[in-house]
Design a binder for this molecule. Structure first.
Ligand SMILES: C[S@@+](CC[C@H](N)C(=O)[O-])C[C@H]1O[C@@H](n2cnc3c(N)ncnc32)[C@H](O)[C@@H]1O
Length: 220
């Protein structure tokens, strides 16, 4: 059984204070995605528009930016939000209050135990690089996700990798700094390991790299 270091798991979500969330969309989703990670937010929004269903669970919700902007395929929407950090859950559920979201305070590293109906899509955008361990360890998250997916459901997301992508000196510095602080834990994350881990759990899966981000989807 995989075991995570609880303090490191907490550190991966601890930086999302009310203040950080108030500047998150501008600083992280506009500036960093475009100029540091070289993957403008529209590529991640495209992933939502392509794979989101009207029975959706989102894990690691941040401010709820993508859920606020994406197009659901239907008007009758069931939306569930999961995050370890209560600030993120609060900010996203307020922003998305029009969907009356279910909220779950959980760590993706632990079995979800939701006691709720399964989902037709699961989003996990920019979550894996916050989770400690190498890709093999992190793949436990895919196992937990699979347990709450209906047959045919899709999981999709993105993560910033360290190996197997092109990164410039600024991106290397930023990743090393964030790893030192505990905000990110991706110094051992490679493209090859992500592809392998995902395929090990979801044979029908795909990974595409844009800048430092790996964008993936997989079908149960
Ligand atoms: C980088 S933000 C991504 C937010 C949003 N998905 C986006 O792409 O803009 C990471 C989010 O994942 C949450 N998070 C970090 N570690 C987590 C864990 N182990 N379980 C659940 N959520 C976690 C953080 O609290 C934060 O809300």
């Amino acid at each position: 059984m995989t075991s995570f270091n609880t303090e490191q798991v907490k550190a991966g979500s601890a930086m999302y204070s009310r203040f950080v969330l108030s500047i998150y969309d501008f600083f992280f989703l506009w500036y960093n995605l475009r100029f540091l990670w070289k993957c403008p937010a529209r590529f991640l929004l495209d992933l939502y528009n392509q794979y989101i269903s009207s029975n959706h669970l989102d894990i690691g919700v941040g401010t709820g930016y993508f859920l606020d902007r994406c197009k659901f395929p239907d008007t009758d929407i069931r939306l569930a939000l999961m995050d370890l950090n209560p600030n993120s859950l609060r900010a996203a559920s307020r922003r998305l209050s029009r969907y009356k979201p279910e909220t779950y305070r959980r760590s993706a590293t632990e079995p979800f135990n939701l006691d709720a109906a399964a989902f037709d899509s699961v989003g996990m955008m920019n979550l894996l690089h916050c989770i400690p361990g190498d890709m093999k360890t992190k793949s436990i998250v895919f196992k937990h996700v699979k347990e709450v997916m209906n047959p045919g459901a899709v999981v999709f997301g993105s993560t910033i990798l360290y190996e197997g992508i092109n990164r410039n000196a600024r991106a290397t510095f930023a990743i090393k700094y964030a790893n030192k602080k505990g905000y990110m834990a991706n110094l051992n994350d490679s493209l090859e390991d992500l592809v392998e881990s995902l395929r090990g759990i979801f044979p029908d899966s795909s990974v595409n790299v844009i800048g430092c981000e790996a964008l993936f989807w997989a079908r149960k």
